[in-house]
Design a binder for this molecule. Structure first.
Ligand code: GAR
Length: 200
């Protein structure tokens, strides 16, 4: 009998790690997918605490090595990582890493790309831009990662209203609920080879 090997995910995150926590929860007892590594560029990032509490190995990425060295490609391959999932990771992914994981690096963005993405567009900056532009709706975008910020092919988007009296914080809360609801499911479907309704 052929037993499908477990697919290993590395989660890259720079912040609180609330999405990372949901992803870990989704795959804690999963038969085919496992979160095997947490990588962060910030030693004080909340996501590293989550990794420790869950007994998931973690690494703190060195800027020089990540951006101008081998981008940890050898180490990731050696650890048997199959997929890289960005969850609030703020460095651009170097070409070396993209070439080593073709179509297997994904990102989530808290707006409807191609609007309100790009360098410096993360967290509340995104929601401020959405409100300043007078958008009537926002949402989340899950996409493949290429060599530009927030740019690769879209896998999944879901929308929500922007309300008249929204502040960046109230909009962020609505968006975060969508992220937590959908990101783990989209990852699962992608890795197991099933596409989501509005993905291609
Ligand atoms: C998430 O809202 C994610 O969409 C955003 O960072 C937040 C991380 O939150 N990513 C970007 O803005 C990428 N451009 P978390 O640390 O609580 O998961």
């Amino acid at each position: 009998m052929y037993i499908c090997p477990v697919k290993k995910i590395a989660v890259f995150a720079s912040g609180n790690g609330s999405n990372a926590a949901k992803i870990i929860e989704q795959f804690r007892h999963h038969a085919a997918i496992k979160v095997s590594l947490i990588a962060s560029n910030k030693p004080e990032a909340g996501v590293l605490k989550i990794g420790r509490a869950e007994n998931i190995p973690s690494i703190i990425l060195d800027k020089e090595k990540f951006l101008r060295g081998n981008a940890y490609t050898a180490e990731l391959i050696q650890s048997g990582i199959d997929w890289i999932v960005l969850a609030g990771f703020l460095w651009k992914i170097p070409a070396t890493l993209i070439r080593a994981f073709p179509g297997r690096i994904i990102n989530i963005h808290p707006a409807l790309l191609p609007k309100h993405g790009g360098k410096g567009m993360y967290g509340s900056f995104v929601h401020e831009a959405v409100l300043a532009a007078g958008e009537k709706e926002s949402g989340i975008s899950i996409h493949f990662v290429d060599e530009q910020y927030d740019h690769g092919k879209t896998i999944f988007q879901v929308r929500c209203p922007v309300r008249e009296n929204d502040t960046p914080a109230s909009l962020a809360k609505r968006i975060q609920q969508l992220e937590h609801e959908y990101y783990p499911k989209v990852i699962e479907r992608l890795i197991t080879g099933k596409s989501m309704v509005n993905g291609e």
